[in-house]
Structures are given as structure tokens and as C-alpha cells.
Design a protein around this ligand. Structure first.
Ligand SMILES: C[S@@+](CC[C@H](N)C(=O)[O-])C[C@H]1O[C@@H](n2cnc3c(N)ncnc32)[C@H](O)[C@@H]1O
Length: 228
């Protein structure tokens, strides 16, 4: 991550990303084989597609392979920008969704005071991306998402329900560090960052790989509050 920002809190973050990009570089296209069905992402993306004006700008944070989210949003005629820490994921996303723009970036580069300014967005998606951050950073990342959104902009978030912080787990033949919350605590953190939760759904998901455990997935549909 780049430099400190003018906002208290953001300047104190010095995240350790060691191994996270490398893990997703190694996983590459196998990610979509292990998670072939992404019903939660599909349903949340349909909510956005049905709620946004034509041509709206949408940011897909931690876009992975671009499937299905960036592709569906681009096919719907939105201006889609995807960001991912992993070079391999960005390459796959570019090949899968030529109509969108993708950047290899740490999402922290988009925080206030960070090195990149991609402008404001009508909506942001972060499907299983904030789980890759240490817990101490997640409220700041959510606040940063709020600042990337126009007032009353939409935010579709998914997390795995788990009471863990920066915890190493086996994942598709490699190891990643993940964080999470139990449901009520997640909602508190999201609301505390300035979002109204307008919908939520919970799914049990069994990945198609023996070394990747079944998980409880939480999908939140949020709106940035006008006053921040
Ligand atoms: C579990 S995958 C989810 C991919 C996709 N959103 C989906 O729903 O299939 C998490 C993604 O977040 C990316 N990622 C991890 N840490 C990141 C960071 N600090 N900034 C941007 N992307 C990150 C990973 O490279 C990976 O592609």
C-alpha cells in the first residue's frame, strides 16, 4: 500500500499482503473450477443490474477471473472497472471480459491518500474480497468503499461467516489468510461504516474440491447513506 492519507485511521494501515497475490496467481483458472456455481454473486449482480441507470459506473473489487460478475455487468451495458491484486486474475479477467477495464492494484491503493484515483462509482461489488484483509483493515476498507461511491450508491458485499482474523487456511492447493465475522457482527461493521443494509441472504456452499471446506456465505445488499 502507498502512503498515509489525510484521514485518521487510513494512514496507520501498513498491511502485510505477503503470499496473497502469489496464492491467487497460482490458483488462476482453477478458481472457477472449484467454484463453478456462483449463485450468490449472480443474484446480487442481478439486483445491481435491475437498480442502476443505463451506463452507470460499477467497480468490481477483487474481480478474480471476471466471471460471472464483471461479465454480466458489462453485458448489461454498464461501465465496468475491475481491480485485483493478482496479475494472473487480471489477465484472465481481461480475456474473459474485453468490454471492461481491469487494473492490477491493491484495493488499498484506492483508499484516501492512496496512489490511484479511479473516480466515483454508482455501485461497488466486493465478493469474497474483504475476507482477504486483516480484520483491523476491514472497517477502513468499507469506509473507503463509501468514499468511492456517489451518495446513495449501491454496494454488494459477500463474506464467509467465520470468527477469524488473518487466519491461514488451505485453499485450492495453496494457503491464503482470511478474516471474517459472525453474521450480526458483520452487519454492525457494515452499518458502522455508513451503509444501510437493504437486503441479505445466506447460503451454504460446498466447493468442488476436497481441500477447500464447505462454507456459509453471507451476501449483503447495501446503500451508502447520504449523510457521512
Ligand atoms: C476469493 S477471490 C473472489 C473473486 C471474485 N470476486 C469472485 O467472487 O469469484 C478473492 C480475490 O480478491 C483478490 N484480492 C485479494 N486481496 C486483494 C487486495 N488487497 N486488493 C485487491 N484484490 C485482492 C484475489 O487476488 C482474488 O482474486
Amino acid at each position: 500500500m502507498t502512503s498515509p492519507s489525510n484521514s485518521p485511521g487510513f494512514g496507520n494501515i501498513r498491511p502485510d499482503r505477503g503470499g496473497q497475490a502469489e496464492a491467487f496467481d497460482a490458483i488462476g483458472g482453477r478458481y472457477d473450477e472449484v467454484f463453478p456455481r456462483k449463485e450468490g454473486q449472480v443474484a446480487a449482480t442481478e439486483w445491481l443490474a435491475g437498480s442502476l441507470r443505463p451506463g452507470a459506473r460499477v467497480l468490481d473489487l477483487g474481480c478474480g477471473t471476471g466471471l460471472p460478475t464483471a461479465r454480466r455487468l458489462a453485458d448489461a451495458g454498464f461501465e465496468v472497472v475491475g481491480v485485483d491484486l493478482s496479475r494472473t486474475m487480471v489477465d484472465l479477467a481481461r480475456a474473459n471480459v474485453p468490454a471492461a477495464r481491469f487494473h492490477q492494484l491493491d484495493m488499498a491503493d484506492l483508499y484516501p491518500g492512496g496512489s490511484r484515483d479511479l473516480g466515483r462509482f454508482d455501485a461497488v461489488t466486493a465478493f469474497f474480497t474483504l475476507i482477504m484483509l486483516p480484520r483491523a483493515e476491514i472497517p477502513l476498507a468499507l469506509e473507503a468503499v463509501g468514499r468511492l461511491l456517489v451518495p446513495e450508491g449501491l454496494f454488494a458485499l459477500s463474506m464467509v461467516e467465520a470468527d477469524v482474523d488473518d487466519f491461514a487456511i488451505p485453499f485450492i492447493g495453496t494457503t491464503v489468510r482470511v478474516s471474517g465475522y459472525l453474521r450480526d457482527e458483520l452487519c454492525e461493521v457494515v452499518e458502522g461504516a455508513g451503509f444501510e443494509i437493504v437486503g441479505e441472504s445466506f447460503t451454504s456452499y460446498a466447493p468442488a474440491s476436497a481441500d477447500t471446506k464447505p462454507e456459509e456465505q453471507i451476501f449483503l445488499r447495501c446503500r451508502r447513506k447520504w449523510e457521512r
